[in-house]
Structure formats: C-alpha cells, structure tokens
Write a protein that binds this ligand. Structure first.
Ligand code: 13P
Length: 252
C-alpha cells in the first residue's frame, strides 16, 4: 500500500510561512511514490490549497464540528473545510481530546460528518505515558478505536502515543510493530474485511533520522508529522524515506 506522509501544522503558520512551505512542497513533492498531505490551521487552508492546486500534495483540516451548521460560535463544519479547499481532516487528535475534552462519541460523530462532506478522516488514537507504564496501551487504544470509528468507517487511523508527541521520544520499533498489529486486528474485528484496507499511520517525533525504520515496519502505512512538517527540507526528507520503503529491492 502507498504510504501517506501527512503534516499536522497544529497552531502554527501565518501567511508567510504557510505560503513558503506550500511552495516548497509544490516544487519538491511531485513525482514522489507516496501520498502527500498537509493540514494547516483553518485560516490557511484556502491559501495553501490555492498554491497546491493541481500538485501532488493534498490539503486537510485539523478538526471539524459534527453538525452541518448552526449556532456553534467559533466552530467549523466539515463542508466549510471542503469549501475552503480541504479534502481530508484530522479528528480526535490527543491535543483536541486533552485541550477540549473530546470524547470518543464526539470523535465518532465528527468522523461521520466528515465522510458525509466528502472529507477523508484521519482518526487519532494513542495512550498516555502512565497508561503505557501500566501496560494498558492495548486496552486504551482498542477502546478508542471501537468507540471512535463508525462501523462503516472509510478513512485512516493514526497511532500517536501521547508521550511521543513533541518530545523527541519514540516507542521502540518492536513496540510500534506490536501496536500496529493490534490495531489491524481490532480494525478487522470492528469493521470486518474493510478493516484490512485501512491505512494505519504512526505519529510522534517522526524525523528524517528515524523515518525509514518506522516506515519500514509491517502495518505502518505512513506517518503523521508535527514539528518536522514545519521544516520543508525535513518533511520532504521523510517523504523520500517513505519512497525508499515503497520501492522494490534492487535486483542483485
Ligand atoms: P510531533 O511530530 O511534533 O511529535 O507531533 C506529532 C503529532 O502530534 C502529529 O499529529
């Protein structure tokens, strides 16, 4: 399966930085053998989408409301993201679950709203450090998946251990492989055969220096990248690492 290399800019990016990053991707990402996505802050979706129109890099939002419209001051509907030029949306990121108290049920409702508005959702799951230390990571992630994903889910899942986000720490490759295997099994039991085709991204301190070993693991279908996606050379280097993984081994 083609890898998806997705950048989550979080609350970063005024016009100058956003336009510069989008321009670099427009020049640097075409022809790569992986899918490319950037998720700028909502204020920049239109600007970035305009720069990237017709290029290989897709554009997404970082959240949407579950309702189509109405009295929800400050919120954005999935259709608004679509209208601004997005075709994807990140949902249930741990920063939204933490900062805004988003529950699995809300993430599920947002996921359904996104698909109805023709956005592809990336639903994030992941355990905290305390949960990992207590050996509860499978129980936590399994429960998040079952309660956040609609039965007819069409989209992507991102495994982002909370303790690896922005810390420079990553789980061991064995731990990432084990968790991605567990997520695959849970997706198949929750979604049936369709669970086999869902891409599972890894996120949390992905850098050019560790991208290849992470992207090479079984069941890792790409990466969701925060900090390194704000540096054009780093984001493109990660995309190149994905491409090397995708290439068949050279004949000897
Ligand atoms: P970092 O790559 O900065 O650790 O962030 C990961 C993340 O939260 C992506 O959604």
């Amino acid at each position: 399966m083609r890898k998806l290399i997705a950048g989550n800019w979080k609350m970063n990016g005024l016009t100058e930085l956003s336009a510069s990053l989008a321009g670099s991707l427009r020049r640097g990402a075409d022809g790569l053998d992986c899918d490319m996505l950037v998720c700028p802050p909502a204020t920049m979706i239109s600007t970035v989408a305009h720069i990237l129109v017709g290029s290989a890099t897709m554009v997404g939002g970082q959240d949407c409301h579950a309702k189509v419209s109405g009295a929800h001051t400050g919120d954005l509907s999935a259709a608004m993201l679509r209208d601004a030029g997005a075709s994807w949306v990140i949902l249930g990121h741990s920063e939204r679950r933490g900062d805004h108290g988003e529950t699995d049920a809300e993430v599920k409702a947002k996921t359904e709203a996104a698909v109805k508005a023709d956005l592809t959702p990336i639903v994030c799951v992941g355990e905290t450090e305390a949960q990992r230390v207590a050996g509860e990571q499978n129980a936590v992630v399994g429960s998040q998946l079952v309660h956040s994903l609609p039965k007819e889910f069409q989209g992507v899942v991102a495994y982002e251990p909370v303790w690896a986000i922005g810390t420079g720490r990553t789980p061991s490759t064995d731990d990432v492989a084990a968790m991605h295997g567990f997520i695959r099994a849970t997706l198949i039991s929750h979604l049936g055969a369709a669970g086999q085709g869902v891409r599972i991204l890894y996120g949390g301190s992905v850098k050019p220096s560790n991208a290849k070993e992470l992207l090479h693991l079984p069941e890792v279908g790409g990466a969701l990248i925060g900090g390194a996606s704000l540096v054009d050379a780093d984001f493109l280097a990660i995309a190149h690492a994905a491409q090397m993984v995708a290439e068949p081994p050279a004949a000897s």
